[in-house]
Design a protein around this ligand. Structure first.
Ligand code: HAM
Length: 416
């Protein structure tokens, strides 16, 4: 029987993991620069958390969760997103009482039962960041700048930042009624999916990709016109600050996001290097979420970004991810004794942080040299019976083929 990985998952092989390391390191560096601390939460949570936090009518909760009963009969769910878990942890650990503001990030896998396609997986990896406790518009700007900085450092400049405000719950409620009325008066032209959403998740009709839906929603009432002066001013502050800092953006009323916890600012980063799944990141404010999960009213804002998509865009841009680590010195030896000595020398060099490799397949000398070449080793230490007697190796510089005899204890000094 031949096993295959489950649909929508992926293997990342060593020939590619080094790129992931580079991306993860870049994320960690930028997070440190912005003073975000890493949070790690469980892979699964009680299902109720996501129902309560993300919303039962959302696609994520309604259709896409990996939910199961454990042996105790408890309903658990593999996390489909990070924000609800982070808020649960914030509350459970009483972080609000420790400090009025928390800036946290995560790099972790998420599980959604979606239809797999290019850039869309059933298990994807997301990096995300949350600022909990601040309602300042500068916090909105901070998470946008943070995401942008990570993208930029990975050679991604070609994205569009779309931004919107979906207002406070009251404003949104009124707007949704107006929108429902409008959509019902055009119901014959809408797709079946959007017809269903009018009552269950009205705002999502606005981000339908169906051309007929789009034509109808082009002329729909706009949420920005339903905001109070206060919310509008808040949104303008975000926009003005972004503009002042030279961040390009487009205000787009269709950016309503697919999760229920959002309020006020919502945004998405889109890349044309991706196909239909063009969002490299998205986020927004969620001022009601902590309260929704049983805490005191606490403002929050954050974003999440799919690393698979980020790597796809970076690669499409020709980004090189630094250099793949290769063994610095390869030991090519012949004869049992030389082989053992080579191994001993190699271990000492590794202890001194010099990356080394030797042959573990009993290959011929020629085959060992071929392997050193294939691996891209900078130097080869050749060790045979003669060298062994003299206490030396023949050190070959692979770049220019220059060779010199070097005593055992001088290898590190000469290989530079
Ligand atoms: P989201 O928009 O659902 O937001 O996901 C964030 C990002 O994760 C997307 O923009 C996309 O890059 C990536 N992504 C999502 N689903 C998939 C998938 N099936 N395959 C590959 N990549 C995917 C959230 O999850 C929110 N928790 C973000 C957030 C944090 N909002 C506030 N704080």
């Amino acid at each position: 029987m031949k096993f295959q990985k489950p649909k929508g998952t992926k293997d990342i092989l060593p020939k590619d993991t080094w790129k992931w390391h580079y991306v993860e390191k870049t994320i960690q560096e930028v997070m440190s620069l912005y003073n975000f601390g890493e949070i790690r939460v469980p892979t699964f949570e009680y299902t109720e958390l996501f129902k309560r936090g993300v919303g039962t009518e959302t696609d994520i909760v309604g259709k896409e969760m990996y939910t199961f009963l454990d042996k105790n009969g408890d309903s658990l769910t593999l996390r489909p997103e990070g924000t609800a878990s982070v808020m649960r942890s914030y509350l459970e650990n009483g972080l609000g009482g420790v400090n009025p503001i928390h800036k946290m990030y995560y790099i972790t896998n998420m599980f959604r039962y979606e239809k797999p396609q290019a850039g869309r997986y059933r298990e994807h990896t997301q990096f995300g960041a949350e600022i909990i406790g601040s309602s300042s518009y500068l916090a909105d700007v901070e998470v946008i700048l943070l995401a942008k900085e990570v993208f930029n450092r990975l050679g991604i400049m070609n994205f569009r930042l779309k931004i919107n405000s979906i207002g406070k719950p009251e404003e949104r409620k009124n707007y949704i009624n107006t929108l429902k009325e409008y959509l019902n008066s055009h119901i014959e032209g809408l797709s079946e999916e959007s017809k269903k959403r009018i009552d269950t998740n009205t705002l999502r009709v606005l981000d339908s990709k169906n051309p007929a839906d789009k034509a109808i929603t082009d002329n729909a009432p706009k949420i920005l016109d339903s905001l109070t002066a206060e919310s509008r001013e808040r949104f303008d502050n975000v926009l003005n600050e972004l503009a002042r800092l030279g961040v390009d953006f487009e205000v787009d009323y269709r950016v309503v996001r697919g999760l229920d916890y959002y309020s006020d600012t919502t945004f998405e980063f889109l890349s044309e290097s991706l196909g239909a799944q063009d969002a490299i990141g998205g986020g927004g404010r969620y001022d009601g979420l902590v309260e929704q999960l049983g805490g005191k009213p606490t403002p929050g804002i954050g974003f999440g970004s799919g690393i698979e998509r980020v790597i796809m865009v970076a690669e499409a841009n020709g980004f090189t991810f630094g250099e793949q680590a290769v063994p610095f010195i390869f030991f090519a030896s012949f004869g049992e004794e030389a082989r053992t000595k080579a191994y001993e020398l190699m271990i000492a060099l590794r202890k001194a942080n010099v990356a080394c490799e030797c042959d573990l397949l009993d290959r011929s000398f020629k085959a060992q040299m071929r392997e050193a070449n294939r691996l891209g080793a900078k130097y080869v230490c050749i060790l045979g019976e003669d060298e062994l007697k003299k206490g030396t190796v023949m050190l070959k510089n692979m770049a220019n083929s220059a060779q010199e005899e070097v005593p055992f204890d001088k290898i590190m000094e000469r290989a530079v």
